[in-house]
Design a protein around this ligand. Structure first.
Ligand SMILES: Cc1ncc(COP(=O)(O)O)c(C=O)c1O
Length: 445
């Protein structure tokens, strides 16, 4: 067994001396907050990655981890998947950078065609982006151009990215408040899972271009909506001429066992944002929309939306290779099967471990809600010290996200879950402090 499917191996307590030394350099040279180095010099530094393959990450001190973050979901087919590496090598021998919206490169049509085929509606076209947040911006712009309306309905909690357009829809106060004066006041929020009558009434009373919805809330706590809610949402939108934008940046490409979960749940979006997993670890995102909607971009003069690295050749090469894996029916069936096993195991946690309040998820996207942010932070730190990488998220930081590579070897996933269970045992360093006030995430099972 080679790197990719190996169990954890911690030889130096993380963060080890090399990680700490690099952290010190980063602290001096890079703006605080954006990297893994806390701005507070007394706070503990993060680990610094040096190598990764499959489900394994190795840090600069030689510690080996099992990655239950999939690198924010982007390494859905594992880190450095062999076909992605080959595609990158081949492409870098020919063309590394193109001329974006002025001159395309030869892989771009194939990727656009492939993505259009995957769209959950007919006659689809693709608008490429570099990041998930940019895909959200493009979808919102498309909705404004197409409807000539001004308002947006988004849901609390949600995470759509941190650029201004996306941030106006993103709900976490810590992200919004410093920039509140600059956020689009046309964005309305209702609770995720709100009664459809309430949604319909709001839509009927306004000039809504679109709703923007995560079909399963990811980063803000892994919330699965009530059965039938997404479908009813679609009906409420269609009755009022409001476009539906499904933000599948996190859920897209098999994370939940379906290529796109919105369509699987009966919500056929007008526009669909995707990213993360698409690039097999390279930066690329996209908006899928019908040909009819995308026609709004057919304007004279320069492209109304573009960026220097749009549809970057290396990212397109990686995406074509990644999609081969992500759309393999055997991989999707595997996600569904492992998802059932995860459900069986994780659903016992609230009765086994006093700090675990709720467990939610689908496929290979799970959230374990603990009784406080401190407990989630401690659990993530304890897990890291035993060689498992997990992130704490959720609106109040209490939800541990379990997001393994879809291709992770099952014995390694089991070992990683053993580590989490060990860290959850009372007295293991992850015991809870007093609970936060219950939030919406507690109510949505
Ligand atoms: C649902 C969703 N939308 C948008 C984004 C933003 O993507 P990016 O970080 O690539 O800008 C994220 C990132 O986590 C996400 O989860």
């Amino acid at each position: 067994v080679t790197l990719g499917a190996l169990p954890p191996l911690i030889t130096v307590a993380p963060p080890g001396p090399r990680s700490r030394a690099l952290a010190r350099r980063l602290r001096a040279a890079e703006a605080p907050g954006i990297n893994t180095v806390p701005a507070d010099p007394t706070a503990e530094a993060g680990i610094v990655w040096s190598e990764a393959a499959g489900a394994n990450v190795v840090d600069v001190d030689g510690n080996r981890y099992v990655d239950l973050t999939s690198g924010f979901g982007a390494a859905a087919i594992g880190h450095r998947h062999p076909s992605v590496v080959v595609a990158l090598r081949d492409q870098s021998d020919r063309l590394v950078h193109g001329l974006g919206d002025v001159s395309a490169h030869d892989l771009r049509p194939a990727l656009a065609e492939r993505l259009a085929q995957l769209a959950p509606f007919a006659a689809a076209q693709v608008f490429f982006a570099v990041t998930g947040a940019e895909a959200v911006e493009i979808a919102l712009k498309t909705a404004f151009l197409a409807t000539r309306r001004t308002e947006i309905l988004a849901f609390t909690p949600s995470y759509h990215g941190l650029t201004f357009g996306a941030l106006a829809a993103t709900t976490r106060p810590a992200f919004r408040e410093p920039f509140a004066a600059h956020l689009d006041s046309h964005v309305h929020h209702l609770p995720y899972g709100a009664e459809t009558e309430q949604i319909s009434a709001l839509l009927r009373g306004g000039q809504f271009a679109c709703i923007l919805v995560e079909p399963i809330v990811g980063r803000e706590g892994v919330l699965v909506p009530p059965a039938g809610w997404l479908q009813r949402l679609g009906i409420a939108c269609h009755e009022t001429g409001t476009l539906v934008i499904a933000d599948e940046v996190f859920t897209g490409f098999g994370r939940t066992g379906a290529i796109f979960v919105s369509a699987a749940e009966g919500l056929v979006p007008d526009l669909l944002c995707c990213g993360k997993a698409l690039g097999g670890g390279m930066p690329i995102a996209a908006v899928l929309g019908t040909r009819q909607l995308m026609a709004v971009w057919n304007t004279a003069g320069e492209a109304l939306h573009t960026s220097t690295f749009v549809a970057h050749p290396l990212s397109c090469a990686a995406a074509l290779a990644a999609l081969e894996v992500l759309t393999d029916p055997a991989v999707l069936a595997r996600v569904a099967r492992i998802g059932r096993a995860l459900f069986d195991r994780l659903s016992r946690w609230p009765t086994r471990f006093p700090t675990v309040k709720f467990v939610r998820g689908r496929g290979m996207l799970w959230g374990v809600e603990l009784d406080s942010a401190a407990a989630a932070h401690t659990l993530a730190t304890t897990a890291r010290s035993r060689g498992v990488l997990v992130l704490a998220g959720g609106a109040t930081g209490r939800v541990l996200q379990i997001v393994p590579p879809l291709t992770i070897a099952e014995p390694i996933l089991d070992v990683a879950l053993d580590v989490l269970e060990g860290a959850l045992e009372p007295g293991s360093g992850s015991s809870a402090s007093s609970g936060d006030a219950a939030d919406l995430s507690s109510q949505l099972q």
